[in-house]
Ligand binder design. Sequence first.
Ligand SMILES: C[S@@+](CC[C@H](N)C(=O)[O-])C[C@H]1O[C@@H](n2cnc3c(N)ncnc32)[C@H](O)[C@@H]1O
Length: 243
Amino acid sequence: MNETVSFGYEEVAPEEKEGRVGAVFSSVARKYDVMNDAMSAGMHRVWKDKFVRRVKPRAGEQILDMAGGTGDIAFRMEKSGARITVSDINQDMLDVGIERAMERGIDSLVWSRQNAEELTFPDRFFDAYTIAFGIRNVTHVDKALAEAFRVLGFGGRFFCLEFSTTQWPGFKDIYDAYSHHLVPRIGKAIAGNADSYRYLVESIRRFPPMPEFERMIREAGFKHTRVEPIMGGLVAIHSGWKV
Ligand SMILES: C[S@@+](CC[C@H](N)C(=O)[O-])C[C@H]1O[C@@H](n2cnc3c(N)ncnc32)[C@H](O)[C@@H]1O
């Protein structure tokens, strides 16, 4: 049997997924930030602020923000004086991030195109690794986790912010209806692109539940793993240590 991976609700060959995910993010890059606000009613800002509070970046630390896209997490972390590298596989997303950094007068960030599955950074280079709303788009999640482990030094910390499945009764049904029916329509109205937003919703549903993803993080070698569900698990912060 040939290996297949999920692309939203479809099963595709691994090499096809990378190209299709690339096309999704290239097509939404210019509208990505405004769409995040529209789809989450601004809530993604609150989740990202909380995430960065958990990471606790410190001056002088080397931090890799993987799948960093247009820089939302990096902009929040650079205020600490940490040295941040923003990496993403998609140059269109990084280009929007670089423009945003210039508009804000931020010149301390390093922008580096990278595939999370095969990083070009040396072993043990970083003190912390962050990935926000990125890991579910990666073709082989286990390879990305292994690379995160490799590039972290001993005592290094891993933090992942990702959508999951809310357990709040009632809210789950409303959210399901909203995400499947309204999100693609909002995507069409604002970004002129329903299909990309349909993929983004479907990819959330296909991502492993919190206990399973935590197990994968442990299998990559991380210790003291923790899951912090937000809004009943609609979003979750996963963390672990390389010790
Ligand atoms: C939903 S965006 C998140 C961007 C940003 N972290 C944020 O929270 O706003 C997901 C990002 O993952 C990136 N991505 C997908 N597959 C990747 C891979 N294999 N390696 C690195 N980045 C990847 C996409 O290009 C996209 O920029």
